[in-house]
Design a protein around this ligand. Sequence first.
Ligand SMILES: O=C(O)[C@@H](CO)OP(=O)(O)O
Length: 251
Amino acid sequence: MKENLVLVRHGQSLWNLENRFTGWTDVDLTDIGKEEARLAGQQMLAEKFTFDYVFTSVLKRAIRTLWIILDEMDLMWLPVERAWQLNERHYGALQGLNKAETAAKYGNEQVHIWRRSYATPPPALSLDDPRHPRFDPRYAKVDPALLPATESLKMTLERVMPYWNEKIVPRLKAGEKILIVAHGNSLRALVKYLDQISDEDITELNIPTGIPLAYQLDDQLKVVSRRYLADEEAVKAAAEAVARQGLAKKE
Ligand SMILES: O=C(O)[C@@H](CO)OP(=O)(O)O
């Protein structure tokens, strides 16, 4: 394998299925999501991918996807680092709401801005909202000032990038092959950086669930090649399906 970095968005989650804004809500995979993870693992095995080190978030839809992939690849022994910095973008007060119903209420355009604009965050959770991450024991050791009540993609990128630079870059520079299993928007942040996508163009990028995206990076970590391990049509259809989730249902 010439690629040294593979990014995988977790398989379908319960709230993907119910079409709800998820963010930092810790929902599990559906059976389809587990199957997507199995296929991702089998695909990488078939193409003789292997890894030295693995990163994921602290949310179970990503962790379980990773477990299934490593199981399929017979790589369960690999070291894994879980980091809140790789979590999904925090969706603020939208978390739990149905995307199509929200679009019916506020308009497709407003929902597209909340979902895909670079710098506009959704409405924030109040500090005393029980869903605020400061009440969740998994973030007990994180500086409370860093815990978001909402995030734009820009804010997500601002917490993903320091982690990338500090924890992932040194391993890539040392020649390790890295797998990252994370989320639609934390991966959009990383892909924006790697592929140097502009603030405008990133609004049109949708990452499909469960399809490995493999990068070959050079010594300077510049992109030599990138490809999804699926045919182009399948990737396009899956990305368009993600984009459509934010549209109001036609009467
Ligand atoms: O709800 C979310 O957290 C994300 C990923 O499922 O959704 P979206 O594609 O709308 O950014």
